[in-house]
Structures are given as structure tokens and as C-alpha cells.
Design a protein. Structure first.
Length: 468
């Protein structure tokens, strides 16, 4: 018996004449069986498989034989075809994701048969979900907690229901669409303050001592200072008031080197809603960073006179939500000597404009790490009574990440750009300027995007994928 077919069976005995035909009459109205089918052969018992029936329907039938040219009929019997599983199954957003656990959620509606079980297929390979977990019951919505998962790993899952007809044998599975979630990485749950954000380079091994915080009201800045195991290096985070929500939001974070009088890297986020472009303009209000030791900062007072400029790492046009937010990009801790003509004003500016123009919206977010290298014979630039080392290279690492409705990262792609600190022709996206995040990490000695789940991070950092 199935939803669309059945095998009819009959038999006879006590015949006195020759049996020349066997078969069945059947239909959906008792006493009015309008369809006739012949069985194969004439011996007893006999049977006939019929198809094309309507699911979840009662059929009536009776056997017949032709004996000596006369038709003889059996008693009328009935059967019910199996109900087709019609439940509409939804795989809902995952909840309560940690390093080792997650809660799967599903629901269904419009079931015509009886739902005997609900559950989830899941695993680490999309399209090949080799694990099965089910709930005790058949109610909707339904959920199931998974434990013993691996941190920083992407898992795939889909909800299912088992539906059957009480008057028929067999079952049918109905599935929702496949979704995914990624367990959190250890770094996301162990760092203080804003240091566990997705684009932050790894700092677990370099933090030392206590942190400090303070305010600079003129720039709407509540800042945080973190000391490292290198007395010449400090990490600073700057925040501002979001123009819509009124909440304090991180502007950017910087690792500053007092021997270079420059940031080694800056880390920040680009999203058109969280960091909206209000077009407040460029303020040019350079000043010292209140979160960094004042004796370790330089204003590059003589830069313009010898062909260099104060090269932003977090660009002014990245932070256009408020005047105060923009002013924070004019801290001395956010600049390094950068060749002006045909670099700062050329390919570097074009790259900055492209990043700003392609700040995503919705569930996509662009994470940005910008930094400098000091390779080879490093020359210096006089500034007041200081000699400021001139970076040999500027780089920008970009990772674009997607999230599901539950806030879990589901995809990531990455690319990096690197330039020698000199005049450049051509475009920022020329092959000579494009590389992988892995390659920059090797040269810079840092692990960028350390809080991105490992499986997504490794793939995104190993190839250079154009993001627009």
C-alpha cells in the first residue's frame, strides 16, 4: 500500500468449469465500481497491482472470475491509500550559540497525516548531514540542544517531520531548508571590553597589567587604554555616540608603537547603518590621542615640507556620522608618514573611497585592518626634536562577513592590498598591489580577524577575493 497504489488480491475454489479470466473491479463509490482490471493468469490465488490512485482516499473493490463464459463476483472490500506527507516544514534561526553548544529550532504547519516525530539532520558538511537528533514529541514549534560541538566551526542543519497515515503502513519525511551556524571562537569570550570584536587582531598573548579609561568631551570620546608586555606599545579604543540609537559605539582600535611614533595597525568596522555616512566633512583638527602616552606621539610637524603627509590609517571619509566621530580620526595615533603625491592622493585615496562607497548594509559587515610595515633600510623624518621612522609599506586587509537572522556568521571572504611608501601609477586593484591576508600576517607578525570562526577565517585569509 502506498499513497498512489495498491495490490488487489483474490482467490476462488470449487470451480466446475474452465476459468478463462480473473481480475477486479474497483472505484471510490461503494456499489458502483467503474474500473475493471485483469489479473495475470487464471490460477488461484490471483492479484493485480494498480497505480494512479488518489492519496488518503477510500477505495472499494471486488474480485471476479470468468468460469465457462459466466462472470462470478466476490464480496466487496475496501482499503485506504496512504496520506501523502504535506506538512510545510521550516528550519528556523539557531539560538544560544556558544563555543560548544547551540539550540536548533524548527516548526511545521498544514500536516494532513499524523506527525509521529520531529527533529533535525545536522553535520559539518553542507548537503551531507549525517547526524540525526529528534525530540520527544510532535508539537510545533520544536527545538533541540546540541552539545559537545567544536569551537569556531560551521555546522549545517535542517528541520524535519515524520508524517504517516494511521490506516496505512510506511512513513514519509518532510524537510525544511538547510541553514548554518558557527560556534564561537575562544577569543570572542575571553577578552575585555571591545577587544573581542571580529576584526580585532589577536591580543591575548600581549596584554599586560590593568586597563584605563577616560573621556575627551570635545570629541565625544570615551576611550580605553590597554597595556601590553612591550612597554612601548599600547592598545587604545575610541568610542562615540551613535546618531540614531544614542548608544556608545566603538569607532576604532589601534595598536600604537611609541618607538615608531605611529600605529602598527588599526581595526574598525564598515556598515552603512551602524556607521552611517552623514557627510559631516573633514575636520583637519589634528591633536594628541588622550589614550596614548603623550611623550610617545608626534604630530609630524615637518612632513609636508619634504613630500610626506599625515597618512590616515582609519580614513576621515570612513567616519562621517558626526563631527566628533570624524575628529577622532585626527588623533596623532591614527597617522604615519605617507608619501603624498601619487600615493596618499592617488591609489591610496582611491582605495579608501572604494571601501567607504561599498560599506554594506543588512546582514553583511565589512571588517577592516590597516597598518604599516618597516622593512629594509628605514629612513626617518624630522619632526620637532624627534626623528620619526618612515614606513616602508602601507597595507589594508578587508574581510566581508555575512550573518543569518540569529546573528551567527555564515560566510566570509577576504582580500588585502599593500603598497610601497612612494609614488604609484595605475590603480589600487592592479595585481602588483593585491595579495592575501595570510601574506600580510606573515610579514607584519600579527594574526588579524582572530575572532572570526576558524573555518571561515582560514578560507577567507588564504585567497584574494574581490569584494566588489
Amino acid at each position: 500500500m502506498s499513497s498512489g497504489g495498491a495490490t488487489l488480491q483474490g482467490s476462488y475454489s470449487g470451480e466446475t468449469g474452465s476459468i478463462t479470466e480473473t481480475g477486479f473491479y474497483y472505484g471510490t463509490t461503494s456499489g458502483s465500481l467503474g474500473t475493471k482490471v485483469m489479473a495475470t493468469g487464471t490460477s488461484s490465488p490471483f492479484s493485480k497491482a494498480i497505480t494512479g490512485l488518489t492519496p488518503n482516499t477510500t477505495y472499494y473493490y471486488k474480485a471476479y472470475v470468468i468460469e465457462g463464459g459466466e462472470e462470478r463476483l466476490g464480496d466487496e472490500e475496501s482499503f485506504d491509500t496512504k496520506a501523502v506527507a504535506t506538512a510545510d516544514v521550516s528550519t528556523n534561526a539557531v539560538g544560544s550559540v556558544t563555543q560548544t553548544s547551540a539550540t536548533l529550532n524548527g516548526s511545521y504547519e498544514n500536516a494532513t497525516g499524523t506527525v509521529s516525530r520531529v527533529g533535525f539532520k545536522w553535520g559539518t558538511n553542507s548537503g551531507n548531514l549525517d547526524q540525526d537528533t529528534y525530540t520527544n514529541g510532535n508539537t510545533t514549534p520544536f527545538s533541540k540542544s546540541l552539545t559537545g560541538l567544536t569551537a569556531g566551526t560551521t555546522y549545517y542543519f535542517k528541520a524535519y517531520v515524520v508524517e504517516y497515515n494511521e490506516n496505512a503502513s510506511g512513513t514519509e519525511y518532510r524537510y525544511g531548508t538547510e541553514q548554518s551556524f558557527t560556534t564561537t571562537s575562544p577569543a570572542q569570550q575571553s577578552l575585555p571590553g571591545y577587544l573581542g570584536c571580529y576584526e580585532m587582531p589577536a591580543v591575548n598573548g600581549i596584554l599586560s597589567g590593568s586597563s584605563q579609561s577616560g573621556t575627551l568631551a570635545a570629541r565625544d570620546d570615551i576611550w580605553y587604554r590597554y597595556y601590553t608586555n612591550n612597554s612601548n606599545r599600547q592598545i587604545a579604543t575610541h568610542t562615540f555616540t551613535h546618531p540614531t540609537s544614542g548608544n556608545k559605539v566603538r569607532n576604532y582600535t589601534v595598536l600604537y608603537d611609541g618607538t615608531r611614533y605611529a600605529p602598527l595597525w588599526t581595526a574598525h568596522v564598515m556598515h552603512s547603518s551602524m556607521w552611517p555616512d552623514k557627510g559631516v566633512g573633514r575636520n583637519e583638527s589634528w591633536t594628541s590621542d588622550p589614550a596614548i602616552d603623550l611623550t610617545q606621539q608626534s604630530g609630524l610637524d615637518n612632513a609636508n615640507g619634504v613630500g610626506y603627509s599625515r597618512g590616515h590609517l582609519v580614513a576621515s571619509n570612513y567616519r562621517q556620522s558626526s563631527v566628533e566621530q570624524n575628529k577622532q580620526t585626527f588623533y596623532y595615533s591614527n597617522q604615519a608618514p605617507q608619501w603624498q603625491n601619487s600615493f596618499n592622493s592617488g591609489v591610496w585615496s582611491s582605495l579608501e573611497e572604494a571601501v567607504a562607497a561599498n560599506a554594506p548594509s543588512g546582514r553583511d559587515t565589512l571588517y577592516v585592518v590597516t597598518g604599516v610595515l618597516y622593512e629594509g633600510n628605514v629612513s626617518t623624518l624630522p619632526s620637532g626634536n624627534l626623528n620619526v621612522p618612515i614606513p616602508s609599506h602601507f597595507y589594508k586587509c578587508l574581510m566581508k562577513c555575512s550573518f543569518n537572522a540569529g546573528g551567527t556568521m555564515t560566510a566570509a571572504s577576504g582580500i588585502a592590498y599593500i603598497f610601497t611608501n612612494e609614488a604609484h601609477g595605475g590603480n589600487y586593484y592592479d595585481n602588483a598591489n593585491v595579495t592575501t591576508i595570510d601574506a600580510i600576517e606573515t610579514r607584519a607578525g600579527f594574526d588579524f580577524f582572530a575572532s572570526v570562526p576558524t573555518s571561515l577565517q582560514n578560507a577567507a585569509e588564504s585567497v584574494a577575493t574581490p569584494l566588489w
